[in-house]
Design a protein around this ligand. Structure first.
Ligand code: UDP
Ligand code: MG
Length: 323
């Protein structure tokens, strides 16, 4: 039985899933380079000729979908999925992975701007044929990123570790997932998607492949600060309830401190010590008010997420598919 399994892993059908949001500037070059890669892998006998490059158009406002249609007409190795509207990178990626799940033996996800080195795809496939179910692409150095992006990312990984969320450092969404891992992923029903947290929690045999991350060769980042923050908040709140516990401990600490202050005030009144001025009093009020608002906000985020999950709405809507 085991023998048969490993044989099945030879020459697998690999689908490459690429979410695209307004990527008309990069798609001509991206499609050319990735097709070249795919054809070389097919020629070497590493993957099946049935392998596909699946672009997921995440409700782009430019000519992205027209380009995808044109590529599909030119070469049957190109396929496309058009989402009905913009749902964001994580949902677009999920839509792509779920659509190719029944077609492929393993799916590789990567960004449209080719910041991820496509030459390590060979290593992904070798690890897969050796029996790995999930292979993570991990960036060697981040010297191509801005100082801001680098330091915020590092702080975020540290923070996630403290919160007890299992993630792979310096891994974005460049990875290979075998069929069984994709089946497991399909059973995660959450709307608040943070794939970098979900995938490591699936388990199975995994491995890591290192690569250098390049600069986006055309167009602008589709991940402005606002989207980055939203992803970070999703990552934290959908994997950890530590912030809620933190609020509780903070409350306890403040209560203890204020009891001490009250005792001081009482003693000061009895022994006529110099009492603290009105300014410090106001400062205390502001501090308390601020802490209360933060606490309320954190609880609010969780309540809001529970609300979104409870509605159980579809996570994406597919308008068209090209196979
Ligand atoms: N993307 C998407 N939907 C969005 C935003 C981005 O599908 O709403 C895609 C985008 O086309 C790209 C990938 O997600 O393929 C990563 O985006 P980008 O390269 O702009 O992010 P960065 O590398 O700057 O973090
Ligand atoms: Mg990019």
């Amino acid at each position: 039985m085991e023998m048969q399994k490993s044989e099945e892993r030879m020459c697998p059908i690999i689908d490459i899933v690429i979410p695209c949001y307004c990527e008309e500037e990069v798609l001509p070059e991206t499609s050319r380079r990735i097709l070249e890669k795919l054809m070389s892998l097919i020629e070497k006998g590493m993957i099946s000729d049935n392998s596909r490059i699946m672009f997921v158009d995440d409700g782009s406002k430019d000519r992205t979908w027209e380009l995808i249609e044109a590529y599909h007409k030119q070469d049957p190795h190109f396929g496309g999925i058009k989402l009905a509207h913009n749902r964001g990178h994580q949902h677009a990626l999920l839509a792509g992975l779920m659509s190719v799940r029944d077609h492929c033996d393993a799916a590789i996800s990567m960004d449209a701007d080719l910041q991820d080195d496509i030459n390590v795809v060979d290593e992904f496939i070798v690890k897969y044929t050796e029996g790995c179910e999930i292979v993570y692409g991990v960036r060697k150095a981040r010297d191509k990123d801005t100082f801001f992006k680098r330091s915020t990312a590092l702080a975020f990984y540290r923070f996630m570790e403290k919160l007890g969320v299992q993630t792979v450092n310096n891994h974005a969404d460049y990875r290979l997932m075998g069929n069984r891992a994709l089946a497991a992923l399909s059973s995660y029903r959450e709307v608040n998607l943070y794939l970098r947290g979900i995938v490591p929690s699936i388990g199975y045999k995994t491995d890591v492949v290192y690569y250098d991350r390049a600069e986006r060769f055309a167009g602008e980042s589709k991940y402005p600060l606002k989207k980055m923050l939203a992803l970070a908040i999703d990552g934290i709140t959908s994997f950890s309830i530590k912030p809620l516990e933190l609020i509780f401990s903070l409350g306890v600490m403040i209560c203890v401190l204020s009891v001490l202050a009250l005792i001081y005030g009482l003693l000061a009144a009895i022994f006529t010590w110099p009492a603290a001025g009105i300014v410090s009093l106001i400062g205390c009020f502001w501090l308390l008010g601020g802490i209360l608002l933060i606490a309320l906000g954190i609880v609010g985020v969780y309540v809001g997420k529970t609300y979104q999950e409870a509605k159980d709405r579809p996570r994406y809507i597919i308008e068209k598919e090209l196979w």
